[in-house]
Design a protein around this ligand. Structure first.
Ligand code: HDE
Length: 486
């Protein structure tokens, strides 16, 4: 039906006679409750905000495509990674982690790098960061970790005591702390940073053979970072600097591009590798498992509407396609629950029906009803399974790949506890100037910490990673490296 109303209407399509004046009893009388246009406008306005993401609240999104440049048939049957030249539409949302929806872009913080591929087999979400590792390696610690990154419940201010108390008591964080406090902690723009799946995932080929895989999106723009003073100035002058840069680049046809590479580990190597390959605080050496190019990701279209496409976008590591499966990485396992739970709370039970989240292939299932079920809710089709009415049936060829389980059910820590080698390697990999800036950033961040015992505990971790690292931070804080660690 053509839009008969060329004029302003209410939410229910009725034409509006006056959008400037509330209806009153007499020119100066009280406002009449029968002015339903006024009531509707005010009531809808009160409900314009949905809860912001509890982490990664501030973000920017873009549409684009993924194009295969190198077949991955050998490793995975996932169709989006096979057929050189094949293009799959995708949507990405970049984000900071700790700040609220209105916070500044140019802060020292990991950046979210969440990609939704609208593949011919359903959506595939790769919900990563711009860091190949993470601070912790068991989901059970995540709420506590994020509490220390957010505001103190009494002062409502950021609390460096909490930040460094948690990190000094969670030495597995040292690698990511070194990464975060280094130059890459503040990217110059969202286009000049890499993206990583961070976790280890499982790929399965058409013969049912599995390998372990890690994803690397290498920016074609080159990695560029932002100096502290520039970042601080921009945080005040233009808190949306990264958002604006991405939008303008795409608007001007300067489409940012990343090359997707993977590291492939044979399934049996997981038992003997020198680091636990499922420990997301560790990387796999590129010498051991070199990068293999898979394709290119190009962002070439800005969202039409920020709220509809960026705020309502829902990504989950649990959104996988045939040929991609989870690994036993405890952080990934926890995320498999947390994301869709967050979406059901924040956006609603039927968030997958929203245009930005809806798969480009038909979703055939018996899920019905729920708030905001704005499609035909399955119409009159059969609404249970098994059934004799030709409803959609499972396809056994898409069963998850069986895998062996060993040991007993228990709450156990990872058994590889070397938190220092890779953090030290990262420190020694840095140039002299980078190390100087790293130490400066750490000293500045730790100076406000009230208790010396927290500082000294953290200094011991830096020292164990590299004595020079520890000595320089201690000196910057006018403290001595504790004898017991020397
Ligand atoms: Fe998240 N994370 N996360 N995270 N995360 C969320 O989902 C969570 C982790 C990441 O642009 C939330 O919709 C748990 C690692 C990105 O919409 C929430 C754990 C990595 C985004 C959540 C982690 C990420 C989120 C908040 C520990 C990189 C934004 C609201 C097991 C590999 C996605 C929401 C977007 C968002 C939970 C740790 C990346 C609460 C429980 C590790 C990029 O569900």
């Amino acid at each position: 039906m053509s839009n008969v109303n060329k004029h302003l209407t209410t939410g229910t399509g009725a034409p509006v006679g006056d959008n400037q004046n509330s209806m009153t009893a007499g020119g100066r009388g009280p406002t009449l409750i029968q002015d339903v246009h006024l009531l509707e406008k005010l009531a809808h306005f009160n409900r314009e905000r949905v809860p912001e993401r509890v982490v990664h609240a501030k973000g920017a999104g873009a549409h684009g495509y993924f194009e295969v440049t190198n077949d991955m048939f050998k490793y995975t049957k996932a169709k989006l990674f096979n057929g050189v030249g094949k293009r799959t539409p995708m949507f990405i949302r970049f984000s900071t982690v700790a700040g609220e929806l209105g916070s500044a872009d140019t802060v020292r913080d990991p950046r979210g790098f969440a990609v939704k591929f609208y593949t011919e087999e359903g959506n595939y979400d790769l919900v990563g960061n711009n860091t190949p590792i993470f601070f912790i390696r068991d989901a059970i610690k995540f709420p506590d970790f994020i509490h220390t990154q957010k505001r103190d419940p009494r002062t409502h201010l950021k609390n460096p005591n909490a930040v460094w108390d948690f990190w000094s008591l969670s030495p597995e964080s040292l690698h990511q702390v070194t990464y975060l406090m280094g130059d890459r902690g503040i990217p110059a723009t969202l286009r000049h940073m890499n993206g990583y799946g961070s976790h280890t995932f499982k790929w399965v080929n058409a013969e049912g053979e599995a390998v372990w895989v890690k994803y690397h999106f290498i920016t074609e723009q080159g990695v560029k970072n932002m100096a502290n003073d520039v970042a601080a100035k921009l945080a005040g002058e233009n808190p949306d600097y990264h958002t604006e840069d991405l939008f303008n680049a795409i608007e001007n046809g300067d489409y940012p591009e990343w090359r997707l590479h993977v590291q492939i580990m044979p399934i049996e190597d997981a038992n003997t590798y020198r680091f636990d390959p499922f420990d997301v605080t560790k990387i796999w050496s590129h010498k051991d498992y070199p990068l293999i190019e898979v394709g290119r990701m190009v962002l070439d279209r800005n969202p039409e509407n920020y709220f509809a496409e960026v705020e309502q976008a829902t990504f989950s590591p649990g959104t996988m396609v045939p040929g991609v499966e989870a690994s036993p990485d405890k952080m990934l396992q926890g995320r498999l629950f947390a994301y869709s739970d967050a979406h059901r709370y924040r956006v609603g039970a039927n968030h997958n029906l929203l245009p930005i989240n809806r798969p480009r292939v038909e979703a055939n299932n018996y899920q019905r009803d729920g708030a905001m079920r704005f499609d035909n809710n399955g119409g009159g089709s059969v609404y249970y399974e098994p059934n004799s009415y030709d409803g959609p049936k499972e396809a056994p060829q898409f069963k998850q790949t069986p895998f062996d389980i060993s040991g007993e059910a228990a709450q156990v820590a990872y058994d590889h506890n070397d938190h220092y080698t890779q953090a030290g390697d990262l420190y020694r990999l840095m140039s002299k100037d980078e190390r100087g800036r790293l130490v400066e950033n750490i000293v500045a961040a730790m100076k406000p910490v009230e208790r010396d015992d927290i500082k000294l505990r953290q200094i011991q971790h830096f020292y164990k990673a590299d004595p020079e690292y520890g000595e320089r931070v201690a000196k910057g804080l006018n403290l001595q490296v504790p004898q017991e660690v020397k």
